[in-house]
Structure formats: structure tokens, C-alpha cells
Design a protein. Structure first.
Length: 133
């Protein structure tokens, strides 16, 4: 039911809020991880690789399941033929759409940033609000 609903969504591709919300939802659905874990996704070269057919994240330490002896594994998401389910397309679209906003701060490496107000990393509460909406 959820996948059918997501496929029918009409996401405005030049709207940062809509693209960010859709990308967060897709990554959660594809990964099965917690909302908090999206705050650990960075776009620095050592934590993020993207190709035409896949995107791989190596999350920062800080997940609920991380400990001194264990760090969560990388997330590898593959391209989907259905555009609205294609996390690779939407991550690329998010980076493109957020480019001008990101330029306000050189130290911004989080995948998810605020879509209005002060430019900063998106918190768990902000991301949860996106998903809830």
C-alpha cells in the first residue's frame, strides 16, 4: 500500500522541501533504519559514493545500535526503474536542489539540511516532521 502511494505522489522537483521529504521517506523505506539514522548520513567523499545505478552511505558513529565493538554497516541503495521509488535519482535531485542553500555554509556535510530558516543540519525532530507530513 505504501509503495503504491509513493509511486503516485506528485513531487515538484524544484521544491527543496518536497524533494527533501521524498528522499528521506525513500531512504527510510529502502534501508529499514530509524529516523535518527538519517542525521548520520553525510556527503563527504569518505562517507558517500554515488554512481548512475547506486548510492552508498557510510553513516557516522551514533546509531542506537552502535557501540565500542560495533558500528553500523554501510547502506547500499540501488536504482529503481520506477522514478518515484528510485532513491539514486532522488538523492541526486536533493543535492542539486539544495546546492544554493548549502553554499551558505562551507562546513555543511549532512545529507539532510533544513529547508527554511537558518541553514543547518536537519535534526531528528525536523526529519520526523517531514515524514509525518
Amino acid at each position: 500500500m505504501i509503495l503504491d502511494w509513493v509511486q503516485r505522489l506528485n513531487v515538484t522537483e524544484d521544491n527543496l522541501y518536497q524533494v527533501t521529504r521524498h528522499t528521506a521517506l525513500l531512504i527510510l523505506l529502502h534501508s529499514g533504519r530509524r529516523i535518527h539514522d538519517l542525521t548520520l548520513q553525510k556527503i563527504s567523499p569518505e562517507q558517500f559514493q554515488i554512481t548512475e545505478n547506486s548510492v552508498t552511505f557510510w553513516p557516522s558513529f551514533g546509531s542506537k545500535t552502535d557501540s565500542d565493538n560495533h558500528h553500523q554497516a554501510g547502506w547500499h541503495l540501488k536504482r529503481n526503474k520506477t522514478k518515484n521509488l528510485n532513491a539514486v535519482f532522488w538523492v541526486k535531485k536533493l543535492l542539486e536542489t539544495s546546492q544554493s542553500r548549502r553554499s551558505a555554509r562551507q562546513d555543511l556535510v549532512s545529507l539532510f539540511i533544513t529547508t527554511r530558516g537558518v541553514v543547518r543540519d536537519a535534526s531528528r525532530a525536523i526529519i520526523a516532521g517531514w515524514i509525518k507530513s
